[in-house]
Structures are given as structure tokens and as C-alpha cells.
Design a protein around this ligand. Structure first.
Ligand SMILES: [Zn+2]
Length: 203
């Protein structure tokens, strides 16, 4: 529960972040993907999103964009939004602030976006306030845990069904470690969300 849906107290440490944004009289969710773009997974995700006519936000690792600029372009050309997820997927709490900020700005040379999501949500308070001056920080309301080896694909799908509510920002991963769970749960989640009457907005 604490991982899939971060508690209120945790959210209070990061004022001004987007976690959940309900829109009045509308069932809305915000679909996001972290850790790409990579040729093995991201194009597959783009095809599924096209199939369901859904636009999403991709929080890209700068070094992946450097290695796979064609896949990054593909994300943009298919009408999706991109955000900064640092250059080397650094964890803020394990990284000196100066290095963390520099690494995030390095990613900005490859990712043209004013959106930022800290990897793992782990960011020190001073790092957070520094980044907030330059970016809109997008956290999440539902972590599918598609990356987890401890979860079956069905449990990942169940996380979507159990925790999604109006205005949820939902996180999947276009990464190799999430491949098995995500490839199963993403299309089924999109189908379910549409059946529930949710519409998809960009953050
Ligand atoms: Zn990440």
C-alpha cells in the first residue's frame, strides 16, 4: 500500500508537486512511463498506446536519449509528452546535491521539457527546491510496480484496478526489468480504465 500509493505525509515533503489532479465532472488519469527510451520496449509501448488512442508522458533517462535519439523522436512524433528523469537515473538521497543537479541539467541538453520526475522519488529536500525553480515536478498517485520481480503480471494489473482514482498519475516503466509485467498489464489496464470511463490527459 505504501509503495503503490504514497501516503499524504510523504506528499507533504514535496509541496507543489503533481501527484494527482482530478478534473471536476471528469474521470481523468495521467499515464506516465519511466526509464526509457529503449529500442527493445518503447516502440512496443507506442504501438499499444496508438491502439487505444491514448497519449502519455515519458520521463526519459538522458543517457538513453543520447544513445537512442531515433526512439526519443518517435515518442515525440507519435504525439506524446516527455520529461526529465536525470541523465544517469541517479537517486537523490545517494548523490551529492551538486552532482545530482548537474546530472539533471545535463539531461536537459537531450530532453527538451520543463517536467521532472526524480528516479525512485528519492530526492533530498534542497535538491527538490532547487529543481522546482526550473521544472514542474511530477510524482505519482499509483505505482504499478511493473518492475518488481516479486509481483506476477496479474498483481501488477490488480494494482492499477485497486489504486486508480479520479486524477491519478499512474506509473509504468518502458524498461527491460519491467518488460514481462508491463507487457501483460498495460493493454489490460488501458482496456479496464476505458471501460471504467476514464479519459487520459497529459500532465
Ligand atoms: Zn526511474
Amino acid at each position: 500500500m505504501l509503495i503503490e500509493q504514497p501516503p499524504k505525509i510523504y506528499r507533504l515533503f514535496f509541496p507543489g508537486s503533481m501527484w494527482r489532479k482530478p478534473i471536476k465532472n471528469q474521470k481523468t488519469v495521467y499515464l506516465t512511463f519511466d526509464d526509457g527510451p529503449i529500442p527493445e520496449i518503447t516502440p512496443w509501448v507506442l504501438d499499444v498506446l496508438d491502439e487505444f488512442d491514448v497519449k502519455a508522458t515519458f520521463f526519459c533517462v538522458g543517457d538513453n536519449v543520447r544513445k537512442h535519439p531515433d526512439i526519443y523522436q518517435m515518442v515525440l512524433e507519435r504525439g506524446h509528452q516527455v520529461g526529465n528523469h536525470t541523465f544517469n537515473h541517479l537517486q537523490g538521497i545517494r548523490t551529492w546535491s551538486k552532482r545530482y543537479i548537474a546530472n539533471s541539467f545535463l539531461a536537459s541538453e537531450y530532453i527538451k521539457s520543463d517536467l521532472f520526475r526524480p528516479p525512485h522519488g528519492h530526492v533530498r529536500i534542497p535538491q527538490y527546491f532547487k529543481l522546482r525553480k526550473h521544472f514542474k515536478i511530477v510524482m505519482w498517485d499509483v505505482v504499478t510496480r511493473d518492475y518488481s520481480k516479486l509481483l506476477t503480471p496479474d498483481q501488477v494489473l490488480d494494482n492499477v484496478k485497486k489504486y486508480t482514482r479520479d486524477g491519478s498519475v499512474i506509473v509504468f516503466h518502458d524498461s527491460l526489468k519491467a518488460e514481462k509485467n508491463m507487457k501483460y498489464a498495460l493493454p489490460k489496464s488501458l482496456k479496464w480504465l476505458k471501460e471504467q470511463g476514464y479519459t487520459f490527459e497529459l500532465v
